[in-house]
Write a protein that binds this ligand. Structure first.
Ligand code: GLP
Length: 244
């Protein structure tokens, strides 16, 4: 769907998520949300917080798994995705802390592999992800699945693409401070979610979105794998949709 403004599309997506949350509440079941960071989902979170405050939307039955985290990264650091999620969503709603899962950027290298397997298993014990939110990076990454990621990849440590590190300078101040690695859910992890919302706002995303949506499926643009998913809902503003 193409929207005049990011705010309109974000409100629509937030309402859809809220509806699914309320349905699961009525059934007395948890709902599992896969969450993204970056600028793309911010207005969705803002709208969900508003609905919590003004429309009684409860997060008591919500379980979340975030897509990714820089490595290494301390949770208290300004650029950590733990901090991002707290500031934009978790600190403002009634989610149970034990229901929040974000890849751990503080592990020793030799702990990472087992940790990633455990992250996958944990998603499995909750029955998989019901709704996955996604932004897209300039390299065509989803999560931090950079070019070269395969369709059967699972949660793992990855090296960040040079372009992604360039784009992260705005958050870290200088290139030398941008981590070289991250822990990310894999393409397979993402593809197993039952419903996906891909968000893209602004003209700077137009070219990569055109290639992701209309281009040939290739690991060089990992977002193209979404073309194989049966239920992806794409929400763009006029700028982001310019090249479709
Ligand atoms: C980061 C995140 C991605 C996100 C991308 C786009 O790299 N790890 O999950 O999709 O940035 O960021 P933005 O939404 O700020 O354009």
């Amino acid at each position: 769907k193409i929207w005049p403004k990011a705010k309109d599309g974000s409100a629509h997506v937030a309402r859809s998520i809220a509806l699914a949350m309320r349905q699961k509440q009525q059934e007395n079941k948890p709902i599992v949300l896969g969450l993204a960071t970056g600028s793309s989902p911010i207005q969705v979170y803002r709208e969900l917080v508003r609905m919590h405050k003004e429309e009684d939307l409860s997060f008591a039955n919500v379980v979340t798994f975030n897509l990714d985290e820089y490595y290494p990264m301390q949770p208290g650091a300004a650029q950590s995705y733990v901090r991002f999620m707290n500031e934009h969503l978790f600190d403002h709603v009634d989610i149970k802390r034990e229901n929040i899962h974000i890849p751990d950027g503080t592990l020793d290298m030799d702990e990472v592999e087992a940790y990633c397997e455990q992250y996958e298993r944990k998603i499995g014990t909750y029955g998989g992800i019901d709704i996955q939110l996604l932004g897209i990076g300039r390299t065509g990454h989803i999560g931090f699945n950079e070019p070269g990621s395969w369709e059967d990849s699972s949660t793992r440590m990855v090296r960040l693409d040079g372009i992604t590190r360039q784009d992260a300078i705005k958050d870290f101040g200088q290139e030398a401070d941008v981590p070289y690695r991250a822990i990310t859910m894999g393409i397979k992890t993402i593809m197993k979610s039952r419903k996906i919302y891909l968000l893209g706002w602004g003209q700077h995303k137009a070219e990569i979105l055109q290639r992701a949506i209309e281009g040939e499926v290739t690991p060089n643009i990992p977002a193209t794998f979404l073309q194989h998913h049966p239920d992806v809902s794409v929400h763009l503003d006029y700028g982001a949709a310019e090249m479709l």
